[in-house]
Design a protein around this ligand. Structure first.
Ligand SMILES: [Zn+2]
Length: 444
């Protein structure tokens, strides 16, 4: 079997990385890389770590793997040669992966509902999603909770711990909390009755709403809310990524939020002011010259063919390709077919590849899996395979500060990777060097 794409994804972060990022860390990303392998079996060293072509002579050996020093990471076994197909690039003596798939998938597990039976069963819902997405090349992900009342956060969040991936499912990198501190005007599918603003003691209100933030990795908020800067600074001080979204902020407010520590934009173009040439709003961050020196802004794109017109996708990509992060924004209805399903406090109706708030034309999320988004993004922008894959692997890893372990095939990185065929369909998914899903086996 000849496989043209191999992307390495994230596995679990090291304890050092965890301590660096604080209690909320533990995210992993995957990094695909375009390499043609002579055979997967031959690419693994004795301890099941991923082999690596370049630099093998100076790298750890299979013997060191056997001694357990690699711990599911990329090491230097040189038994197999990788060679570049098409446009794969080799930089600094190491394979540079090109965008990948679901590393940055933000999924909404069937968990954020306030129905007591559902909130008590969130763990199994997340586990089911984690298992399903292996077939889409996802090795780790950030489950997303939509706006909910405090009692739901208190019940649900403890049920979604940061967790390593494996045959049981993709790893959980930490939770993405989208709301409730967002704009009423741009709330989208979020229930208005549970939206909140920041009170006098803003961060205290955040803690009272969510509860402990130990397993929280990303918080989406609207920066125009009063006292948002206190909250942004407090969250980023804890190693939590602050994302701007569901907002009516103008560009100045968005720039001030970035100066306070925000680094991400939630589903660019969706649920924010449209681009205007005299005030481009949050969208203007892509080309702003008022960001702190060295600060890199990332932005999520739902490249499912529905949420964003291909022309808008191309505008964003061409303006700031290195910040683009593919996200699925997938609702739990993914894979369940047409009909009504639950998202948070609301019913959603799935029709083909589109999910609406039931009875309306308000988009409530995507039902396209990550590999579909990668293929659509590639087709819509005409970018290279590497760039398409990096948008789902390297960039999310950089966003979350995990680029030394995830989104890369460098030595010491976690040996999570996905085998793809020439059309970027997933053939096999590996986590920590272990096969966790295979297309051939799934067909039997
Ligand atoms: Zn949203």
């Amino acid at each position: 079997m000849r496989l043209s794409q191999l992307r390495v994804t994230w596995v679990r972060p090291s304890s050092a990385a965890r301590s660096r990022r604080g209690a909320a860390s533990g995210l992993g990303l995957r990094a695909p890389f375009a390499a043609r392998s002579a055979g997967l079996g031959g690419s693994r060293c004795a301890a099941g770590r991923t082999g690596h072509g370049p630099r093998c002579s100076s790298s750890p050996t299979a013997a060191s793997c056997e001694a357990g020093r690699c711990s599911g990471r990329i090491c230097g076994c040189a038994k197999v040669a990788f060679w570049t197909p098409r446009s794969c690039s080799l930089r600094s003596g190491e394979w540079q992966m090109s965008g990948g798939t679901a590393g940055a998938a933000f999924w909404r597990p069937a968990s954020s509902t306030c129905r007591s039976t559902a909130t008590e069963d969130v763990g199994s819902g997340v586990a089911l999603v984690a298992q399903r997405i292996l077939s889409h090349g996802v090795t780790s992900f950030c489950p997303t909770l939509v706006t909910s009342p405090p009692e739901v956060y208190h019940k649900v969040l403890p049920q979604i711990p940061v967790k390593s991936g494996g045959p049981h499912g993709a790893g959980v990198l930490g939770v993405h909390l989208e709301g409730p501190f967002i704009s009423r005007e741009k709330r989208g599918a979020h229930p208005e009755t549970h939206l909140r603003s920041f009170e006098t003691n803003a961060f205290h209100d955040v803690l009272a709403t969510y509860g402990p933030l130990d397993n929280v990795r990303i918080v989406t908020l609207a920066p125009e809310l009063g006292r948002s800067h206190e909250v942004i600074q407090a969250l980023t001080a804890r190693g939590i990524c602050v994302s701007l979204g569901h907002s009516v902020a103008d560009l100045q407010a968005a720039e001030e939020a970035v100066q306070s520590g925000a680094t991400f934009i939630t589903h660019l173009f969706n649920a924010m002011l449209p681009f205007h040439h005299r005030d481009p709003g949050i969208v203007g961050l892509l080309t702003s010259d008022r960001l702190p020196p060295g600060r890199h802004i990332f932005y999520g794109m739902i490249a499912d063919g529905t949420h964003t017109n291909p022309a808008a996708l191309r505008i964003a990509h061409r303006a700031h390709p290195q910040g683009l992060v593919l996200v699925t924004d997938a609702v739990p209805a993914l894979g369940l077919g047409n009909g009504r399903h639950t998202l948070g406090q609301q019913e959603v109706e799935v029709d083909g590849l589109t999910a609406y708030v039931a009875g309306t034309k308000t988009l409530s999320g995507s039902i396209a899996p990550m590999d579909v988004c990668v293929r659509h993004f590639l087709q819509a922008t005409g970018c290279s395979v590497e760039l398409a894959l990096e948008a789902a692997s390297l960039h999310p890893a950089q966003l979350l500060g995990l680029e030394k372990r995830k989104g890369t095939l460098d030595f010491g990185a976690d040996a999570d990777f996905v085998m793809l065929d020439d059309s970027l369909h997933v053939r096999a998914t590996y986590i920590s060097g272990e096969l966790v899903w295979q297309a051939e086996a799934a067909r039997q």
